[in-house]
Each structure stands twice: as structure tokens, then as C-alpha cells.
Design a protein around this ligand. Structure first.
Ligand code: NDP
Length: 453
């Protein structure tokens, strides 16, 4: 990331942010995430000065606990490899720390802290009893055999298990961590502890404690939020031309739901390039390439003659009416946003965490583009994880339809909360402000009740 220039923050938010910069040098993603939240809180703090007096902001920006550990493992040639593992238990005021594990070479403390910080407010917005945390490793599962991934996961859990528990800290998946990895992690946890504690991880297989809809939840939830945001504007998804970045867990199920609601999805990507299919992406072929065979997106154009593959480019070069960024942080910057607006963009719903940088978000707002921030629009994943924990605690299992209905209700509730909170604080239609203030106030109430902890 390049050096960032932050807009001025005043008063208590300003002094808190200056201290964050001083105490956490070299962590640009974390600085960005904190700045975005602090920037939104002015109106809320003006109404509630007692929160500033209790040093709520200073406590919120400091993780309760940060773990960094060595993860040694042996590759298939017998060579010993060493990665770094992370878990940041950011805030447990509302429940056990909850948030995914990311396995990607770009993972470092800054990335894990930004994700953990976002997770506090996102989890609060769901209305469920979950605190915020995040973790992962700079391990790259791409190109590794199943046996290598298993040995890595076992080594990772051999350290992490002592910090976890269904009432303590409950990880799930994120980039590079899906059903396969959760299986290996859960297997090792059970073996070390000799406890069949299903509530310790979410995203499990359906046969051993998983929940229906967890796989689909983030992508589906994002589209439920988008549909609601359009509905209050008197619009819908029917016939809209949409682009989705990435082709992983969130992207695939966002494509599935958006297509079901009538959108035409014309492009998606992976880290090597993107494909364009003007007739609409064939989801069965995409799922076969990505979910069954762990292949590359280029193969889509080999199998679909009228589609084209662009190596190395950004999928955001493709004009669209609706954008669903579902790959990674800061994938849409100011110039990219300006290009999309010029070519007719009207709505954005973030499936990924912080995929639009502050310049992009500013331009969307200025241009009247409907904008859903990830901490609201991608909260369906963690909300369904909390539903998985509820089913585990009750030793029961709900149907797909029942769970999907609950997810839909949660997403509409989050949408309403964001809208109402933004209006109450004088900025109608500003979902960023609404999400940040509503999440903050719920956490702040609990922290205030607990005293100085
Ligand atoms: P996956 O690993 O399943 O998929 C990630 C996709 O994004 C892949 O297509 C990947 O391409 C692409 N991608 C990842 N990093 C980059 C990069 N640096 N540049 C370009 N493309 C990239 O991850 P998920 O779908 O689970 O997660 C995607 C986003 O959604 C993340 O921001 C995550 O934090 C967020 N999220 C996920 C939730 C979940 O439930 N899984 C919940 C809430 C948010 P390639 O395969 O080539 O690397």
C-alpha cells in the first residue's frame, strides 16, 4: 500500500487517531479502518459526551489480546517451512471473539488488526452475541497438496487451540480458508483437547455440526442487503448489468443470488485476471472450475467460446450498473471509482472487507451512487456463523429454508438499523455513518456497563 493522507479528525477522535498512528507504526490497513470509523462518530459522541469521558474510543482501538506464533510444517519434499500465525482478539464485550482466519501471503499484523477492528462493529450490527476477532497466516494454500494443507493446519491449531473455546474465541473461514481447512483445523482441535466441541469453529461440514446456508451466507446476505437498498429507492435487480470481483466463496454465492433476482452478471475475476461473458456467467461451469477443481478463472474462457479472458487486468475496467467487490481490500481506488461512475454505475455493495478505499467511497457518495459498506452488507456470513453456534449449543439442525429465512430477516434488520441511525444523526442515506454509529453504540453500551475493563 502507498502512504495514505488522512482527512483531519478533530477533538477526541483526532487525539485518539494520533495515538493510534504513534502506537501502531507501519500498519496502514489498520490506520485506514480506524480512521473510517472515527470519522463517522462525531455526531454520536456529541450526543453522548459521557462515552468520551470513559475513554471508550481509546479502549476500542486497543485489541484486548494479540497473538503471533511460529507455524512450522513439512512440505511434500520433506523440506521444513516456517510461517507466521496470528489471532487478534479485539473486543469481547458482546460475546466470544468471532471472526475468520485468512491464509494468504499478504497477511500481516496490520491486515489482521484491520479485519478484527471491522469485525467488532459488524458483529454488533447483527444484533447477536458475538465479539470481534480475526486471525490467519501468511501461508499460501495455492498450489499446495491436500497433505501439505493438512500438515499446515494441524501445526497452526497445535498452537492456537489453547486460546479457543466455544465461550472464548470461535474462528471461521476467510480468504484461503474454506471447508477443507476448517475440517483439518477441527480434527486437530478435537484430537488435542479430546472434546467434541462443535461450537469452537464455524463453517463446518453439514455432517459434523455445520449449518445449512453458512457456505452461501456472505454472498447471499450481500445481495439481500443490496436488494433492500434498491427497494427503498424504488428499484430492483431485474435486468441490471453487474460485475463481481473474485471467484471465491463470497463471489460465487453473490453471483448465484444476484442472478436469481434477475441481474445479468457479465464479469468476475481471480488474482490472475478476469473473464467477460456478455450472455451472463454460467454458474455451473464457474462452480466446477473453482469449487470442484480449484482451477484458474482463465479456464472459463477455454470452456465458454463466446467469453473472453483478460490476463492481469482489473475486472473494474468492465462497465457495469451494479458493482459487487468480493475479492479483497482496496481493490477499488479513486480513479477506478471515477471510471465506473463515468460508465453508468449506480449501486455498490461490498462483499469483501474494505474493498473500496476512502477516495472511492467519497466519490460514490458525491455521485449519488447507492453504497453499502462491507461491515453491514457482508455481515450475513458471521450472522450465520452465530446461527451455527446456536444450533451447536442446542444440538439441533435447522433446514436450509429456515436458516435462509433467518438470514434474510437479519440482513433487512441491519439495513433498517443503518438507515435509521444515519437519519437520527443527520445524514440520511449514509450507510457508512449508520453502520459505524449503530455498531459503536451497541459495543459502547456493554463496555460502559462492565466498568473500566
Ligand atoms: P476466497 O479465498 O474464497 O476467495 C477470494 C477471491 O478473491 C479469489 O477469487 C481470489 O483469487 C481473489 N483474491 C484474493 N486476494 C486477492 C488479491 N490480493 N488480488 C486479487 N484477487 C484476490 O475468499 P472469500 O470469498 O471467503 O473472501 C473474499 C472477501 O470477502 C475477503 O475480503 C473476506 O475478508 C470477505 N469476507 C468473507 C466472508 C466469508 O464468509 N468467507 C465473510 C465476510 C467477509 P485467487 O484465488 O487467485 O487468490
Amino acid at each position: 500500500m502507498t502512504t495514505q493522507v488522512f482527512a483531519d479528525l478533530h477533538g477526541h477522535a483526532g487525539t485518539t487517531f494520533a495515538e493510534v498512528l504513534r502506537r501502531n507504526p507501519g500498519e496502514p490497513e489498520f490506520h485506514q479502518a480506524v480512521h473510517e470509523v472515527l470519522e463517522s462518530l462525531g455526531a454520536a459522541l456529541a450526543k453522548r459526551p459521557e462515552l468520551a469521558d470513559a475513554a471508550l474510543l481509546e479502549r476500542l482501538v486497543e485489541p484486548e489480546r494479540q497473538l503471533m506464533f511460529r507455524v512450522p510444517w513439512t512440505d511434500d519434499t520433506g523440506r521444513v517451512r516456517v510461517n507466521r500465525g496470528f489471532r487478534v482478539e479485539f473486543n469481547g464485550a458482546l460475546g466470544p471473539y468471532k471472526g475468520g482466519l485468512r491464509f494468504h501471503p499478504s497477511v500481516n499484523l496490520s491486515v489482521v488488526k484491520f479485519l478484527g477492528f471491522e469485525q467488532i462493529f459488524k458483529n454488533a450490527l447483527t444484533g447477536l452475541g458475538i465479539g470481534g476477532g480475526k486471525g490467519g497466516s501468511d501461508f499460501d494454500p495455492k498450489g499446495r497438496s491436500d497433505a501439505e494443507v493438512m500438515r499446515f493446519c494441524q501445526s497452526f491449531m497445535t498452537e492456537l487451540y489453547r486460546h479457543l473455546g466455544e465461550h472464548t474465541d470461535v474462528p471461521a473461514g476467510d480468504i484461503g480458508v474454506g471447508g477443507r481447512e476448517i475440517g483439518y483445523l477441527f480434527g486437530q482441535y478435537r484430537r488435542i483437547t479430546n472434546r467434541y466441541e462443535t461450537g469452537v469453529l464455524t463453517g463446518k461440514g453439514l455432517g459434523w455440526g455445520g449449518s445449512h446456508v453458512r457456505t452461501e451466507a456472505t454472498g447471499y446476505g450481500c445481495v439481500y442487503f443490496l436488494a433492500e437498498m434498491l427497494r427503498v429507492r424504488g428499484e430492483d435487480l431485474e435486468g441490471r448489468r453487474a460485475v463481481v470481483s473474485g471467484s471465491g466463496n463470497v463471489s460465487i454465492f453473490a453471483i448465484e443470488k444476484a442472478r436469481e433476482l434477475g441481474a445479468l452478471i457479465v464479469a468476475c475475476s481471480d488474482s490472475s485476471g478476469y473473464i467477460v461473458d456478455d450472455k451472463g456467467i454460467d454458474l455451473e461451469i464457474l462452480k466446477d472450475i473453482k469449487l470442484n477443481r480449484r482451477g484458474r478463472i482463465a479456464e472459463y474462457a477455454e470452456r465458454v467460446p463466446h467469453a473472453r479472458y483478460v490476463a492481469g487486468g482489473s475486472v473494474w475496467e468492465v462497465p457495469c450498473d451494479v458493482a459487487l467487490p468480493c475479492a479483497t481490500q482496496n481493490e477499488i481506488d479513486g480513479p477506478t471509482a471515477a471510471h465506473l461512475i463515468k460508465h453508468g454505475l449506480t449501486a455498490v455493495a461490498e462483499g469483501a472487507n474494505m474493498p473500496c478505499d476512502p477516495d472511492a467511497v467519497h466519490l460514490f457518495r458525491e455521485a449519488g451512487v447507492a453504497f453499502a459498506p462491507g461491515k453491514a452488507s457482508n455481515a450475513g456470513g458471521v450472522a450465520t456463523s452465530a446461527l451455527e453456534m446456536a444450533q451447536n449449543a442446542a444440538r439441533t439442525s435447522w433446514t436450509f429454508t429456515d436458516t435462509d429465512t433467518r438470514l434474510g430477516t437479519i440482513m433487512r434488520d441491519i439495513h433498517a438499523t443503518c438507515l435509521e441511525t444515519a437519519a437520527e444523526h443527520g445524514d440520511e442515506g449514509n450507510y457508512v455513518l449508520g453502520a459505524n454509529i449503530a455498531g459503536f453504540l451497541r459495543v459502547a453500551e456493554a463496555m460502559t456497563a462492565f466498568g473500566v475493563v
